[in-house]
Design a protein. Structure first.
Length: 354
């Protein structure tokens, strides 16, 4: 099971916001020692649980927005973003930073007049905690504002969750914020991408480049065909049943080659699909608005009963029972034992790096 260390900058942001990281971890049923450098690893879905807890314990209704303005991240990709030539050049660095730190994928979509930044995958787009999305989108905005050293307002922000404190969000971004939207995204004008950064530093970027490349290379060596295939499955799941041809095409290989490599690694396409569904199901059930029917549909099941049978086979309990244990900080295995954690739904080596 692959995990990551809690970014020290995230812990520093919590402290700057007068939030005790150890208390937050304890309330999330996670070991408080995770807030100590070098002590333990956390899976992405556990980090999402941490974000859900932060939403509950914080008295700030927009804590994610505030965290983005505190202690700029010192990850290599974030540093590169802050010293890029233009705002448009900074965006790929920010997307890669999110993937490297939190194992989530951001897609940058450009049209003639707009550039949208959004998370890919139906479940990820809808089930991600509000704090995580606020932090990610506000960081993009903050990077652009600091880099250009002038007011920078998005064209709009779209959020799938129900409206809450809309005036705070619109005051922060300086634009219209749409709630109950089809996707979670922050949208800028295409012309904003050409805005130069006053903080541009070509020499620093030249120094960071080799270090950045080594970090990417290290992750590449940890990848397997099976993990990359499952990553694709998680992205394309969303009301449809993905076939092996679609996954093979995304990975740039034939179906025969994909089947052979997966078999050599001791798995099968059917097992990978089941694992992807199971991990996404766990992620979706952490979100309070996801019911049985919605989760079943997004996972590509024809009816809720099919999903219910599959989930009972995976976990030994119903989705409602699993959600209750999740809320209580308990985990039940099919054998009836409890465990303090759940498997990670999105794994660091699952990032197909080009």
């Amino acid at each position: 099971m692959n995990k990551f260390r809690l970014p020290e900058t995230f812990l520093a942001k919590l402290k700057a916001a007068s939030i005790n990281p150890a208390f937050l971890l304890r309330k999330s049923s996670l070991p408080p020692t995770l807030c100590s450098p070098g002590d333990g690893m956390i899976s992405p879905d556990q980090f999402f649980r941490l974000c859900h807890t932060l939403e509950k314990v914080s008295e700030d209704p927009a804590i994610g927005l505030r965290l983005a303005t505190l202690n700029p991240p010192c990850h290599l990709a974030n540093i590169a973003a802050r010293h890029a030539r233009t705002f448009g050049d900074a965006l790929p660095h920010l997307a890669r930073s999110t993937a490297l730190c939190f194992s989530e994928h951001i897609e940058i979509v450009k049209t003639k007049n707009e550039c949208s930044i959004e998370f890919t995958g139906a479940l990820l787009n809808e089930a991600a905690p509000a704090v995580f999305l606020d932090l990610a989108f506000a960081l993009v905005h903050e990077t652009g504002r600091r880099g250009t050293q002038q007011p920078l307002h998005p064209l709009r922000v779209e959020l799938t969750r129900k409206a809450s404190h809309q005036e705070i969000y619109e005051a922060h971004y300086g634009c219209r914020v749409r709630f109950k939207a089809r996707r979670n995204s922050i949208v800028f004008r295409t012309g904003d991408l050409r805005l130069p950064f006053a903080t541009y530093n070509a020499k620093l970027l030249a120094i960071l480049g080799p270090k950045y490349d080594r970090e990417i290379a290290r992750l590449k060596t940890r990848q397997t065909t099976s993990s990359r295939a499952k990553w694709v499955l998680k992205r394309v799941l969303g009301g449809q049943y993905p076939d092996i041809y679609e996954v093979a095409k995304a990975l740039g290989m034939s179906t025969r080659t994909l089947q052979r490599r997966i078999a050599e690694e001791g798995s099968s396409f059917r097992e990978l699909l089941s694992d992807a569904r199971r991990e996404l199901a766990r992620l979706s059930l952490q979100h309070p608005s996801f019911g049985l029917s919605k989760t079943a549909s997004l996972l590509g099941y024809e009816d809720p009963n099919s999903f219910l049978r599959a989930f009972r086979m995976w976990e030994g309990v119903t989705p409602s029972e699993w959600r209750a244990m999740e809320k209580a900080g308990l985990r039940q295995t099919p054998a009836g034992l409890t465990s303090p954690s759940i498997e990670n739904a999105f794994r660091s080596p699952d990032i197909p790096l080009q």
